[in-house]
Design a protein around this ligand. Structure first.
Ligand SMILES: Cc1ncc(C[n+]2csc(CCOP(=O)(O)OP(=O)(O)O)c2C)c(N)n1
Length: 575
């Protein structure tokens, strides 16, 4: 049986701008492995651990903006893609997942390496396709072509996401070593004309009219890709409209000068009367989740009268339980359209400005509290993150692992709007399982400096991120090794239970020294505060080496520092 329709999958991908494939070893997937690896327009890389491979593909897809092919063999290999597939689904990252399978007759027949693979990823893919298992009939050939075209288009439709293609193969599936594999020239490609997601003049007029009824207008950005168009429209919007704009570190709107970055600092301790005064009439949101729990709780409790969510397409989430209008447009298009919608009444405009100033005042309070909090005598994780974030070079990628790393970084915030730092974090499912692999995926396909800040459980969990044959000269990792999950001491709930240390914090005793030896990385150990200047100098020196800067500390020490920052913020409201 000719495998030509399967080989041509690589050609369809290449013509539809899919240029990276992550391949995992196995036999059943041989036709796909051969197709992709022999195609000169597709860059293939191989990884043995499918869980890590999936996150590497996720990182490549985020970095390139196009779907990335993932290929694995049948059986549990396919299940090991699942964590990255779920993350991609909620992070809205396009992936094209091929799982090789036995023909249908052989499922559950005690044949090796076989599981139920149809719809394997359930609701965590936009769609799951089943390829035909023979390709003799022209209808079968047409079906393979149609499915692959459709799957790539679907992955790129808003909201983007992963699409699964299960591919059953009957033996023999290895070509003769002398067989020359070619790709068909005459192939059907299905292009899509993508909606620009802008607003019509009529829609804009209606929104402007409605907008002018509100005096307290708050914009909140959730996690969002770094987007130059959005940044320039938001910058102009904030200069023409007296509106407060709030953004976490992962919303990537740090370049907007007036953005309120520190809600996590002040909303957790602001007294009720301050919070009441910050309550919006009209809340406008875009993007995905916010990190700050305080912001989430504040918006749920101090509900706006109206809440507009801007999202190009698809069903929207309602995390603050208040949505009253969904605007299907690109956020940049919305802010461009609303730039001129100022109320003509001077008195009303003054009210809007007063409300914006309240947010500005709280932001300044947070900045002041943080400013004189450092440097501290008792050195810990928070201060190191503060120092590293301040010293990041312009035009770099910052990857934040789940748990305290992303929270610390959000607390200290990116403060220089001119540095163009692109922030990534696996906040789709907030797993600790693929943070390093995702950062590795990014590092593999760009030459920018990539910095990852991570805790020790996340780091050691995902050590197979390094288990491959590719070098990572542009990757720098800050490892906050407190020998366990410190977050369980920080959050309300498990903090003081008898089970906390053993079953929540889960102390572990590794450090990164041996791992650095194994993978030939530089290990920079920060064991003394006096060494910080020189250690960071070495860390930020891009000399072609992968470097891990490790700070080993105790949990209690970091908790004390964290608590004292909270106290300081609380006190700032007592004066
Ligand atoms: C795959 C997965 N398993 C479990 C969790 C639950 N979890 C959240 S944070 C955390 C501890 C992380 O510890 P570490 O990476 O050392 O960071 P720290 O808390 O010390 O900042 C765990 C186990 C998770 N988020 N993802």
């Amino acid at each position: 049986m000719s495998l030509q329709p399967i080989y041509d999958i690589a050609e369809i991908c290449a013509r539809k701008k899919v240029s990276h494939a992550v391949l995992c070893p196995g036999s059943r997937c041989a036709p796909l492995t051969i197709a992709f690896s022999r195609h000169d327009k597709i860059k293939t890389r191989t990884f043995s651990d499918e869980r890590s491979a999936g996150f590497i593909a996720l990182g490549i897809a985020q970095q390139s903006g196009n779907p990335v092919v993932m290929v694995c063999t049948s059986g549990s290999a396919a299940y090991n893609f699942a964590p990255s597939v779920a993350e991609a689904f909620f992070a809205q990252t396009p992936l094209l997942i091929f799982t090789a399978d036995r023909p249908a007759e052989w499922i559950a027949q005690h044949d090796g390496q076989t599981i139920h693979q149809e719809n394997l990823y359930g609701k965590h893919v936009k769609k799951s396709y089943q390829l035909p298992q023979t390709y003799e009939h022209t209808d079968e050939q047409w079906a393979v072509n149609r499915i692959v075209n459709e799957a790539i288009n679907l992955a790129m439709q808003e909201p983007k996401g992963p699409v699964h293609i299960n591919a059953p193969f009957r033996e023999p599936f290895y070509p003769d070593p002398k067989e020359k594999i070619t790709f068909s020239k005459e192939l059907r490609i299905v292009d899509e004309v993508i909606n620009p997601f802008t607003l019509t003049a009529e829609q804009t007029e209606l929104l402007k009219r409605e907008w002018s009824k509100y005096n307290k207008i708050l914009v909140v950005a959730g996690q969002h890709d770094y987007d130059n168009n959005l940044l320039s429209s938001l910058q102009t919007f904030t200069q023409t409209q007296p509106v407060a704009v709030v953004g976490d570190i992962i919303s990537n709107i740090n370049a907007v000068e007036s953005v309120v970055r520190h809600t996590d600092v002040f909303l957790s301790h602001a007294p009720d009367d301050v919070k009441k005064s910050l309550r919006p009439d009209l809340l406008i949101t875009f993007g995905k989740s916010v990190i700050s729990k305080s912001l989430k709780l504040f918006l749920r409790k101090y509900s706006p009268k109206a809440h507009w969510h801007i999202q190009p397409a698809g069903v929207v989430a309602d995390p603050f339980q208040s949505i009253t209008k969904v605007i299907h447009a690109k956020p940049a298009a919305f802010f461009d359209a609303l730039q001129t919608s100022s109320t003509s009444k001077v008195f009303e405009k003054q009210k809007q400005t007063n409300y914006q100033k309240l947010w500005e005042a709280e932001e300044h309070r947070a900045e002041r509290s943080l400013k004189d909090f450092f440097p501290k005598e008792a050195f810990g994780e928070l201060e190191l993150v503060h120092e590293v974030v301040r010293q990041l070079p312009p035009l770099c990628n910052l990857h934040l692992a789940n748990s305290m790393s992303v929270r610390y970084a959000n607390l200290v915030g990116l403060t220089d709007p001119k540095k163009n730092i692109n922030v990534f974090s696996n906040r789709g499912t907030s797993g600790i399982d693929g943070c390093t692999s995702t950062a590795v995926g990014h590092s593999l396909i760009n030459e920018l400096p990539n910095f990852l800040i991570t805790g020790d459980l996340a780091f050691f969990y995902d050590r197979n991120a390094f288990w491959h044959n590719y070098t990572l000269p542009n990757l720098r990792i800050v490892l906050l090794n407190n020998h366990g999950g410190i977050i369980f001491k920080m959050i309300d709930g498990p903090g003081i239970l008898p089970e906390t240390d053993e079953y929540f914090v889960t102390q572990q005793h590794l450090n990164a020294k041996k791992l650095c030896e194994e993978f030939d990385f530089d290990h920079l150990k920060l064991d003394n505060k006096r060494k910080i200047k020189n250690t960071l100098k070495d860390f930020f020196d891009f000399d072609g080496r992968t470097k891990i800067l490790e700070l080993e500390t105790g949990i209690d020490q970091n908790k004390t520092i964290f608590d004292s920052l909270k106290q300081k913020i609380k006190k700032s409201y007592e004066r």
